[in-house]
Design a protein around this ligand. Structure first.
Ligand SMILES: [Fe+2]
Length: 390
């Protein structure tokens, strides 16, 4: 059971339109000076251009920092601080996927607490920045990271001259509001839609059985997982696509709240080093690893009970066909959306992969998410899983 207070965004706006909700916030908080943080791709989308134009038309001062890379390192926060040049905004609006929102969380800390080192941020320190301006608002453009509702960030950091992923969190980093506007999902390439949604589903499935899972996170994780199972295949067809996208968007935010209050587990512990060593997007690494971790965790009695509870709900309430276990339901979903469970299918050479397996195991054993997995995983256990995913 979690021994920390539960954390949520203060507000979640759903089906409202980002412009209207941002204007609401401007009014509520007397905020007229916005800093929008995004990436180069999103900056060029119609939805983004419209957002900036409309805000400016209403008299909001908008500065846009669009240099957040796909896999930012912690130094990005210093660049953002330099960009604002002591002219502190009233509101930070992170428009993007997990990387943009994660970088924005750290940037806000750096703006408000220049004395805090990135490496010192953890769930166990007080940052004293709750409710302080600039507030952080997230406009997620992918349906899966849940970063818009979570207390965590994953950024790259240098360790012994190597770039590794640094995952940490703090309850004061939860964005003040998450604004869900599906205009931003509509331009997302199909492949990215699939892997980010599967990452969201992984947050639920890992969170459901994590050692800190609790009644609150369980309820959210189950509801969100059902929405992913049901709406991801629909989001790929033309019929009812908008409704499906809108459900995926909300499912992702719900999963963010769920895992933020439960932790994740072995899938993420393996996916972090796997992704950074082979340059595989986070959602894709998670998608490949998850079915094998579910299989591994089935040996844990409490995890099995929860997996089977979700399986029963899918079959008895949502009328999915009966399957042997939850892993089979995942594989069904994967086959509906064309998602592989093997690295050999995504262009990774076997030789290159085998030569790095031990490095991945070492890093997975040190990953901050591993202690939350319900079943302890040894060196050999992780290596077994890594052998299966090629
Ligand atoms: Fe994830």
């Amino acid at each position: 059971m979690a021994d920390m207070p539960y954390a949520f965004p203060r507000r979640i706006s759903y089906n409202e339109g980002a412009v209207d909700e941002l204007l609401n916030l401007s009014e509520m908080h007397d905020a007229k000076n916005f800093l929008i943080l995004t990436d180069e791709v999103i900056k060029g989308t119609q939805a983004f251009i419209k957002l900036v134009n409309e805000l400016e038309k209403k008299g909001i001062r908008v500065r846009v920092f669009f240099n957040i890379p796909k896999e930012p390192s912690i130094e990005i926060a210093d660049e953002i601080v330099k960009f604002i040049n002591n002219d502190i905004p009233d509101l930070i609006v992170a428009v993007g996927g997990g990387s943009v929102i994660d970088a924005s969380k750290l940037a806000r800390v750096k703006i408000l607490r220049p004395d805090v080192k990135s490496e010192d941020i953890s769930p166990f320190v007080s940052l004293h920045l709750e409710n302080k301006k600039p507030l952080l608002v997230a406009v997620p453009t992918t349906p899966g990271t849940g970063s818009d509702a979570s207390f965590a960030f994953v950024l790259k950091i240098k360790e012994d001259n190597k770039e590794v992923k640094y995952a940490t969190g703090n309850y004061e980093l939860v964005p003040y509001e998450s604004i869900l506007d599906i205009e931003f999902l509509k331009t997302l390439p199909t492949k990215q839609l699939i892997i980010t949604a599967i990452d969201g589903l992984a947050n639920d499935i890992e969170g459901l059985v994590a050692v800190n899972s609790n009644p609150l996170s369980d309820g959210l994780a189950i509801q969100s997982a059902r929405m992913f199972f049901k709406h991801l295949p629909k989001a790929l067809s033309d019929k009812d696509r908008d409704e499906a996208l809108s459900n995926l968007h909300l499912a992702s935010t719900i999963s963010g709240i769920a895992f933020s209050n439960s932790g994740v587990g072995l899938t993420h512990a393996i996916a972090h080093p796997l992704g950074s060593i082979f340059n595989i997007p986070h959602g894709l690494a998670v998608a490949i690893v998850m079915p094998y971790v579910v299989e591994f965790n089935y040996e844990d009695k409490a995890a099995k009970e929860k997996y089977d509870m979700l399986k029963d709900i899918l079959e008895k309430v949502d009328k999915f066909e009966e399957r042997r276990d939850l892993k089979e339901h995942l594989l069904d979903l994967y086959s509906k959306v064309g998602q592989t469970t093997h690295l050999r299918d995504i262009g990774i050479s076997e030789e290159a992969y085998r030569s790095r397996i031990d490095d991945i195991v070492e890093l997975a054993l040190k990953d901050a998410d591993l202690p939350f997995n319900p079943r302890p995983a040894s060196y050999e256990d992780i290596k077994n899983i890594l052998n299966k995913i090629y």
